[in-house]
Write a protein that binds this ligand. Structure first.
Ligand SMILES: *Cc1c(COP(=O)(O)O)cnc(C)c1O
Length: 864
């Protein structure tokens, strides 16, 4: 019989063990091995049985054992030390505390968080990144206050049918059985946030706090008795349900999230955030809620919009259009208009914010990414290449501007080393590379590591993966209906001495799970090579609704089921953080073969690199940026080839060749029994060159310095004097936008070129601009110059401001300046007028630009 309701009864700890619950409730244990050792000591056997989940441990351990521990002086001393260490970690000044003017607090919004497999509130890269972001923020003392949703079924766990088809299970989670505490009002009642819905309904949520080191993570949970059945199910599962369900989740995350932050700050005295960072578009409604807050104290929509934009950072995470949230416009209209409209936030203005650009967009769609970009003054992609791709993808929002001027920058993702790096590696680094461990600096010292130390640790990590893979494979075959007596062969699956390639990912089509199966015969040869065998460990989940992805998994599973190869290739079900850790630590090579440029960044290869693994990847995402020819291998991409079949074929062939000729060659190149010297050279070079870049600490510093601090400065500038600058800025934007059609470049003249223009000379440029109703203070007039294409298009031009010479009464203003002829080859120039205001973060911010009607570019000058 099924239970109609479940809950978890927590143990009452004997008084001397009270610090244990403090340790369990702070998720710092998820990246602190010493604390995990202490948990293990509570009861090693139970610890293994509950899969290293400390809350489950305390629920399962016998009271007699707890009594015993409460009298064990040695254990109590260790417990006291661990608790002291945590308190010290929580309060000691860190990197952020050395900064002068950082924001008092930063709110961080994400629909999913991968902190530990014991809190399964993530599906893939976005969530893992968010988890690493919080942990690195905690380590650096960055005052982030994070918000998400608590999904009662989390993400599904995966198993396989006898035919190798993906099966999904949604275990129900009880917050009482998770490392969470409930946020309560001073009177002890549960803190609540409420959102009104159409037809007089209300969506209510309670708030759970996951303490991630120094960072509080607020998780909203709609499973409360005040809600009707439909509202209760809003946070039932991650990325499940239809469009309407998803809209409600996003309203709760964005609007409810801001309200939860206000509630948390009121109850605990935490500083109010000055910056709001939204991790992908799902939380975009947070901007509307903040506009609502401000408009209720007598600001207009436009004024509030300016104040909100200044302090908002938006990170886009995918160049795949299907990865972007788009709602039917009507649905948004219904939820923010009609009987559910906010009196001071007109629904028409909301719909405008989410409207796709007229030329390429769909009028019936409300696009969350587009709204995110309009509500944030600072926008970034997650690798250099992804920044470029995003500028192209969203260029329609800034018509008239060159693609490279689209105001979307990039900060390349990083990974949290203490979470992903094997303990042995951390310990070696602690002994030999202390400044790398404490400050992330001094990576050149990697050269001093001895080959035999590294090789010995690599061997241990590989062996751990092999043993765990056998256990998981056995469990998987049992679940597929095999009896234990048929499974003897599993003891020989994988070999701790063989070159091990890891390949794990979610399974959307662009990641090309099955590229390696393109030529099955060739793959078999690689696996079964007598002298230089290769083994492959694969994992990944397909989205429950993605039949195509499930077919790909089935193809892999069928291939790996073949008795001829099954000792060299395995598919391990239920890819989660725990399996991810085993894989990135145990594999010698991390393979990644997405369809370039659809992988925004990718982070698994970074995790592998920090563990002494090497990357074998398509030059996409981070690998395009940091591959240097010697720190791994780049699979050549057939970028220009439009036939996808042909492209896959070419890239697969290149992949096989690389593995056969370069990767395994190097791995098996040994002097007698010694470690592979040439292989380890590459490992050390990888650590030296990538180590300083791939750390999440580097990423966090970049966010603080390049985005959070400037956003806080802008927000402060606009909110000074009771928001007077925000009002003035909004009024200025309105005035400039209205008057802009009157701006014209009337005349451009150049001199100083002579007969044959020469490198190093310069060009004198004079321009006459009719400013209409604007004044010279409102605009910047700039020379635009550089290389030109055969079609006279300026390629990656430079800009230089022209100086105002005189302004007459007739709205005409005269400008002049010089343009340096600083490169040989075809050269061209033009002039442009853009709005100018000290509070703008980019010339493209208003989307206004005026160019000469007749292109003034001259292309005949070929410089020598
Ligand atoms: C690191 C990780 C991801 C993200 O991997 P990408 O390489 O960025 O796609 C997803 N899931 C798990 C379990 C991970 O550990």
């Amino acid at each position: 019989m099924r239970a109609i309701r479940r809950f978890t009864v927590r143990t009452v700890l004997p008084e001397p063990l009270a610090p244990l619950s403090e340790l369990v409730l702070n998720l710092r244990w998820s990246w602190h091995p010493e604390t995990l050792d202490l948990f293990e000591e509570v009861d090693p056997e139970v610890w293994a049985r509950v899969g290293h989940d400390p809350v489950a441990l305390l629920g399962a351990v016998e009271p007699a054992r707890l009594e015993e521990l409460s009298r064990d002086r040695r254990f109590l001393r260790r417990l006291a030390d661990a608790a002291d260490d945590l308190r010290d970690y929580m309060s000691a000044p860190r990197w952020y505390q050395t900064l002068d003017d950082g924001p008092r607090a930063i709110a961080y919004f994400s629909p999913e968080y991968g902190i530990t497999s014991a809190l399964p509130q993530y599906s893939g890269g976005l969530g893992i990144l968010a988890g690493d972001h919080l942990k690195a923020a905690s380590d650096l003392g960055v005052p982030i206050l994070a918000v998400g949703l608590l999904y009662r079924h989390g993400y599904f766990t995966q198993s396989l049918s006898p035919e190798g088809w993906q099966l999904e299970h949604y275990p129900s989670l009880d917050p009482g059985g998770l490392p969470l505490t409930q946020l309560r009002e001073e009177d002890g009642s549960a803190a609540r946030v409420r959102i009104s819905l159409p037809e007089g309904r209300t969506l209510t949520a309670q708030i759970w706090v996951a303490q991630v080191g120094r960072v509080p993570l607020l998780l909203l949970d709609s499973a409360v008795a005040d809600n009707d059945a439909a509202a209760r199910d809003v946070t039932d599962r991650l990325y499940g349900g239809g469009t309407h369900h998803r809209l409600l989740q996003e309203m709760l995350l964005g609007i409810g999230g801001v309200r939860a932050i206000r509630t948390y700050c009121r109850i605990t005295g935490h500083a109010e955030p000055e910056v709001f960072h939204t991790n992908e578009g799902h939380a975009g409604f947070l901007g509307l809620e903040r506009i609502r807050e401000l408009t209720e104290s007598r600001m207009t929509f436009d004024e509030a919009l300016e104040a909100v934009r200044a302090g908002t950072v938006f990170t886009t995470h995918t160049p795949v259009p299907a990865g972007i949230d788009r709602f039917p416009r009507d649905l948004v209209e219904k939820h923010f208009g009609g009987d559910n409209s906010w009196p001071t936030v007109p629904v028409d203005r909301i719909l405008e914010l989410g409207a796709e650009p007229a030329e390429e967009g769909d009028r019936d769609v409300f696009n969350m990414a587009v709204m995110g970009m309009r509500l944030a003054q600072r926008v970034n992609g997650v690798s250099e290449l992804h920044g470029e791709v995003s500028r192209e993808m969203f260029a329609g929002l800034w018509p008239g501007f060159d693609v490279h001027e689209v105001p979307i920058g990039f900060i390349t993702n990083g990974v949290h080393a203490p979470t992903w790096v094997g303990r042995e590696v951390m310990e070696l680094a602690g002994r030999e590379l202390p400044s790398v461990v404490s400050r992330g600096q001094g990576w050149d010292a990697v050269d001093r590591l001895s080959d035999s130390d590294i090789w010995e640790i690599r061997g241990r990590l590989r062996e751990r993966l092999v043993l765990a893979a056998r256990d998981r494979l056995r469990a998987s075959w049992r679940a597929r209906g095999a009896s234990p007596t048929e499974l003897g062969w599993i003891d020989q699956v994988l070999d701790p001495g063989v070159l091990t390639i890891g390949f794990a990912r979610r399974v959307p089509s662009y990641k090309r799970l099955t590229l390696m199966l393109r030529d099955p015969e060739r793959l078999r040869e690689l696996l079964l090579d007598e002298a230089k065998p290769v083994q492959i460990v694969i994992a990944g989940k397909a989205h429950p609704a993605d039949e195509g992805g499930k077919k790909l998994i089935q193809q892999i599973v069928k291939f790996a089921d073949d008795p001829a190869v099954r000792h060299r290739i395995v598919f391990l079900p239920d890819y989660d953080m725990a399996l991810g850790q085993l894989l990135v630590q145990g594999c010698d090579v991390w393979m990644n073969n997405p369809l370039r440029p659809l992988e925004a960044c990718g982070t698994s290869g970074m995790k592998a690199a920090l563990n002494g693994g090497l990357n074998l990847s398509i030059r996409d995402g981070w690998w395009d940026e940091w591959y240097d020819g010697n720190n791994g291998w780049a699979i050549p991409t057939a970028d220009g080839v439009t036939d996808p079949e042909r492209r896959d074929e070419l890239e697969a062939a290149a992949l096989y060749d690389l593995i056969e000729r370069e990767v395994s060659d190097r791995f098996y190149d040994r002097d007698g029994d010694g470690p592979p010297r040439r292989w380890l050279e590459m490992v050390k070079h990888t650590l030296r060159s990538l180590g300083p870049k791939v750390l999440a600490g580097r990423m966090l510093r970049d966010y603080v310095v390049d985005l959070y601090a400037p956003a806080a400065a802008s927000a402060r500038a606009l909110s000074a004097d009771a928001f007077e600058p925000a009002r003035a800025f909004a009024a200025w934007k309105l005035r400039v936008s209205r008057a802009w059609p009157g701006v014209r470049v009337e005349h451009v003249e150049t001199s100083g070129l002579g007969e044959t223009p020469q490198l190093g000379s310069s060009l004198l440029m004079e321009a006459t601009v009719n400013l209409g109703d604007l004044s010279p203070d409102d605009v910047a007039v700039e020379a635009v110059f550089g290389r030109v294409s055969a079609q006279d298009e300026l390629i990656d031009p430079s800009y230089s401001a022209l100086k105002l010479e005189s302004a007459g009464d007739d709205a005409r203003a005269h400008y002049s300046g010089t343009v340096p002829l600083d490169r040989t080859g075809s050269f061209g120039y033009s002039v442009r007028v853009v709005p100018a205001h000290p509070l703008m973060a980019s010339p493209a911010e208003l989307g206004l630009i005026t160019l000469p009607e007749e292109p003034a570019g001259m292309t005949n000058g070929t410089l020598r």
